[in-house]
Design a protein around this ligand. Sequence first.
Ligand SMILES: Cc1cc2nc3c(=O)[nH]c(=O)nc-3n(C[C@H](O)[C@H](O)[C@H](O)COP(=O)(O)OP(=O)(O)OC[C@H]3O[C@@H](n4cnc5c(N)ncnc54)[C@H](O)[C@@H]3O)c2cc1C
Length: 264
Amino acid sequence: MTLDSKIPDGPIEKKWFEHKFHMKLVNPANRRKYKIIVVGTGLAGSSVAASLGELGYNVLAFSYHESPRRAHSIAAQGGINAPKNYSNDGDSVYRLFYDTLKGGDYRAREANVYRLAEVSGSIIDQCVAQGVPFARDYAGYLDNRSFGGAQVARTFYARGQTGQQLLLGAYSALIRQMDAGSVKFYERREMLDLVVVDGKARGIVARNLLNGKLESYSADAVILATGGYGNVFYLSTNAKASNATALRQSVLYADPSDMHSCHR
Ligand SMILES: Cc1cc2nc3c(=O)[nH]c(=O)nc-3n(C[C@H](O)[C@H](O)[C@H](O)COP(=O)(O)OP(=O)(O)OC[C@H]3O[C@@H](n4cnc5c(N)ncnc54)[C@H](O)[C@@H]3O)c2cc1C
């Protein structure tokens, strides 16, 4: 088996833009025809499920917890980085990209880290729109602090409970789509296997943790947002439930130490 992360070609500053530009768009009127499974409803899963629901897709969201609010994202404290350069201390997308790679001992995948740095500003905007009460200065503008040894102040934070506030924001957006009928939430389901048809992920097999029965669900696409594999480490601040059962038989997995640098 070869490990192919399918990173688009081209110079790093252009590869994601070019890739997105050449993708086929789906007409808003046709989005209802597509079903998308999202496994995991932490910060990643809740946000993507809510956003896809708002765009008009039919979303099935799964979690082995009874509520999206139980995801491990709730534990994050320090803050979330974006190079908006509000402090005017010379920050840029490239500098965030560079610092993140360096912080991860140069083991993270460069293209993915670049994409993260590129979209991080919009992620802050999305969080604010979802009602996240980020710290503000006396003039009312969003405050930034220097965090994790960075030479610039680029961390958006909500006291020592940023993850909690971010997850409550994402959860609110998700609940809104659940009420609107575009997202259906399946609680207490543990994904055990991925259904692959002609090389494409088309469904999942999950255990209903309330009655022990196996259930299968089909879709046009599957998004795995099941969090980090904390249990792989002898010591970890992740919950013991962060056990990557969803990944065991489904995907190739490389260098778990990337986990921390990738989300920065
Ligand atoms: C103590 C602590 C402090 C942190 N501080 C920061 C910080 O300051 N800044 C920062 O950027 N990051 C921080 N992080 C890291 C950051 O919080 C995480 O990387 C991020 O929240 C992960 O989000 P996620 O949505 O990918 O995963 P999670 O929040 O772990 O969500 C995973 C979801 O998948 C579900 N799931 C898992 N397996 C299955 C399965 N088999 N079937 C069905 N559902 C499944 C779970 O129920 C859950 O809903 C911190 C982490 C910790 C632990």
